[in-house]
Design a protein around this ligand. Structure first.
Ligand code: CP
Ligand code: NVA
Length: 308
């Protein structure tokens, strides 16, 4: 049987995202009207977490429940995965018992090895390298507030981490530009992300220059999960990379602010910006639910006609 995985943002085409967004809009509307929609009755999602999570766990577990199915939480701390069972063996076993699998882990290579041995679709719930579910939600959110992101400028301020890498992949799919500003030594590695060219991004040493005329400013924590030993050094190196009101004022007047959350107020973003009128961070978080419901529906049922 043919099926797809969702491991990187560029695993899907623009046309597939347009379809997913149309479905997510409809699914969101039905949810808001308290109308039951159960296309995945009897389907089971396994969620494997090797790192902490609030939004990803909740949006997948609640999302699967709301579609009529069941979500099962597995942690590497209390399964055999944490005691050295090979990823390949775990994939063979788990994928014989459930219909779809979401994984949050460290190395992207781990999720690739898992997917290669899985009989069912695998979704990336975050790796050190990518966070495609979050960017799917972010672009959906941008579109809800401002229309198409094509041709716009996104300013990425801070660490060139999994979120930044995924924005760069998305820029090629949706044809927008990313201004990336990172401290020295924390820059992007376009060759590792598999970008097809250099036309969709530009690097800036000074974050204040990167945000000029931007349509969207976005940032993320300075210390991603798994990088805690570097915390003290990173706090010093990133000190000038806080998105504050002064920085927001340099962007377009109607620019949005996004952050995947959890945020560290006073580090990568000021409370004034996070809680301010340009911030859409709570919508971004909520839209994880609606877009991932569309994603699971698509991976399990394929394309459906609009309105059902
Ligand atoms: N944004 C996000 O993925 O949040 P969690 O780490 O809480 O899942
Ligand atoms: N870059 C962060 C995102 C958390 C949702 C991390 O990987 O920890």
């Amino acid at each position: 049987m043919q099926f797809k995985h969702f491991l990187k943002f560029n695993d899907f085409s623009r046309e597939e995202y347009e379809y997913l967004f149309e479905r997510a809009r409809w699914i969101k509307q039905e949810f808001k009207q308290y109308r039951q929609y159960w296309p995945l009755v009897d389907r089971t999602l396994a969620m494997i977490f090797d790192k902490n999570s609030t939004r990803t766990r909740l949006s997948f577990e609640a999302g699967m429940h709301q579609l009529g199915g069941t979500g099962i939480y597995l942690s590497t701390h209390d399964t055999q995965l944490g005691r050295g069972e090979p990823v390949e063996d775990a994939a063979r076993v788990i994928s014989r018992m459930v219909d779809i699998i979401m994984i949050r882990t460290h190395k992207h290579d781990t999720i690739q090895r898992f997917a290669k041995n899985s009989r069912v679709p695998v979704i990336n719930g975050l790796t050190n390298e990518y966070h495609p579910c979050q960017i799917m939600s972010d672009i959906f959110t941008y579109t809800e507030h401002r229309g198409s992101i094509t041709g716009k400028t996104v300013a990425w301020i801070g660490d060139a981490n999994n979120m930044c890498n995924t924005w760069l992949q998305a820029a090629e799919i949706f044809d927008f530009r990313v201004h990336v500003s990172t401290p020295p030594g924390y820059g992007i590695h376009p060759e590792r992300i598999g970008l097809s060219g250099t036309g969709h991004y530009e690097e800036f040493a000074n974050p204040r220059k990167a945000v000029i005329d931007a349509d969207l400013i976005t940032t993320d924590v300075w210390i991603s999960m798994g990088f805690e030993v570097e915390a003290e050094q990173r706090k010093k190196d990133f000190a000038e990379f806080c998105v504050n009101a002064e920085m927001m004022a340099l962007a377009k007047k109607d620019a949005l602010f996004m952050h995947c959350l959890p945020a560290h107020r006073g580090e990568e973003v000021s409370s004034e910006v996070l809680d301010g009128p340009q911030s859409v961070v709570w919508d971004e978080a909520e839209n994880r639910l609606h877009t991932q419901k569309a994603l699971m529906e698509y991976l399990l049922l394929g394309k459906l006609n609009a309105g059902n």
